[in-house]
Design a protein around this ligand. Structure first.
Ligand code: GLA
Length: 384
């Protein structure tokens, strides 16, 4: 084991070997003993497509399950400080439930994650109109976004871990977006207890793109109450304030001295009642990461005090949406048989800023043909 800032992370032979490879000393590191990928059938969609479920297991016994419907993380089992495993993501047992109404549990979100005001944008002199599936706005790729598509999958080699690559080709004008776009996301479970998501995309016409993962975490375990006692740090000095429909006003505001400030580890529930914005209340905001994006960097940490479980989030994206499950209202029952009440999970959706396509002062989201979009997010688990 190795310790950093008091947090214990597993160190193992595979990591040492991987480091050796990076330094050019040795042959590529295979995943450590015990690491493997198993493939099973998860079900068949209502329109007759077979859905596969990949189970990734690392040397330390961490298990991640990802299915081809939505390239969606259905389960993630990680140990607490006494080695007790718990599934720390919300979700369902059946494909049928995932095909029903739910707020994007575990899914890969695209073509454009988060909101686009009134579902409209201009690109290269042309106006595009998308579905307004969230009040007056477009949300998370539209009526049938990447979260509701069946992706192709294959296992791929990975250094110091095991990996599965998911691929989806989105047709020209699908959901109103221009260009045939091919997106990939590789889920790698490393022997350093990291779940790493590497995204790429290419297009044949300029298009906006913003890919994320919409996992809802509860580090006490799925269905184990609210996340209000989780202690959160977000390395962000600024955020993008929103209007009543959760569209950024365009201002980039300081978090200092406000309830938005998570630069120092703070209980999520500590000031949640004072968060400004529309009912039903809570955090649903994009943070402007201080590292600025472009390289993989530490962005947030979360600790659940009873179990001691810690999750670190690293990303190459410039922003992260903190969403505290404000719209969960007990109407959806999850895989543990527990109804998901308000704040039963939190999301840290790494991303470009919401409605960036309509805000020239935000980091740009247009992918031109001939270029490859790349983005990486790592969720790293330990105990403290
Ligand atoms: C995102 C949005 C939230 C909400 C959830 C899904 O996180 O920012 O407002 O729509 O997705 O319920």
């Amino acid at each position: 084991m190795m310790q950093r800032n008091g947090i214990v992370f597993a160190a193992c032979a595979a990591f040492v070997l991987a480091t050796a490879v990076a330094a050019g000393w040795a042959q590529p590191a295979a995943a450590a003993k015990g690491a493997r990928v198993d493939k099973t059938t998860f079900g068949t969609t209502k329109d007759g497509q077979a859905v596969e479920l990949y189970t990734l297991t690392n040397a330390g016994g961490i298990v991640a399950r990802v299915m081809t419907y939505g390239a969606l993380l259905t389960e993630l089992h990680v140990p607490d400080r006494s080695g007790q495993m718990a599934d720390v993501v919300l979700g369902f047992k059946t494909l049928d439930a995932y095909e029903g109404a739910h707020p994007y549990f575990g899914a890969t979100i695209g073509r454009v994650a988060n909101r686009i005001a009134k579902g409209k944008f201009r690109l290269n002199g042309q106006e595009y109109t998308l579905a307004t599936n969230n009040g007056p706005n477009h949300l998370h790729g539209g009526v049938k976004g990447f979260d509701k598509r069946v992706w192709k999958a294959q296992t791929v080699p990975a250094t110091g871990g095991v990996a599965v690559k998911f691929t989806y080709t989105s047709a020209d004008m699908e959901e109103g977006y221009p260009g045939t776009l091919t997106a990939t996301v590789v889920y790698t479970l490393t022997d350093r207890n990291e779940l790493r998501l590497d995204y790429t995309a290419t297009t044949d016409k300029a298009t906006p793109i913003n890919l994320t993962n919409h996992s809802y975490f509860n580090l006490a375990g799925d269905g184990q109450g609210t996340i209000l006692d989780h202690e959160l740090t977000i390395m962000a000095d600024r955020y993008t304030p929103v209007d009543d429909t959760l569209i950024p006003t365009g201002e980039i505001a300081s978090v200092r001295g406000t309830v938005m400030d998570f630069n120092r580890s703070t209980r999520i529930g500590g000031r949640i009642a004072q968060v400004p914005g529309p009912a039903p209340g809570g955090y649903d905001h994009n943070y402007v990461l201080t590292h600025g994006g472009g390289v993989l960097a530490m962005s947030a940490t979360v600790r659940e005090p009873k179990s001691g479980r810690v999750m670190e989030v690293l990303t190459s994206e410039p922003g992260v949406q903190l969403y505290t499950g404000n719209f969960l209202d007990g109407t959806i029952t999850g895989k543990a048989g527990v109804a998901y009440q308000k704040h039963f999970g939190f999301c840290l959706e790494t991303q470009h800023f919401p409605d960036a396509i309509n805000h020239p002062n935000f980091p740009p989201v247009v992918l031109p043909p001939g270029k490859t979009f790349k983005s990486t997010t790592v969720y790293r688990f330990g105990v403290k």
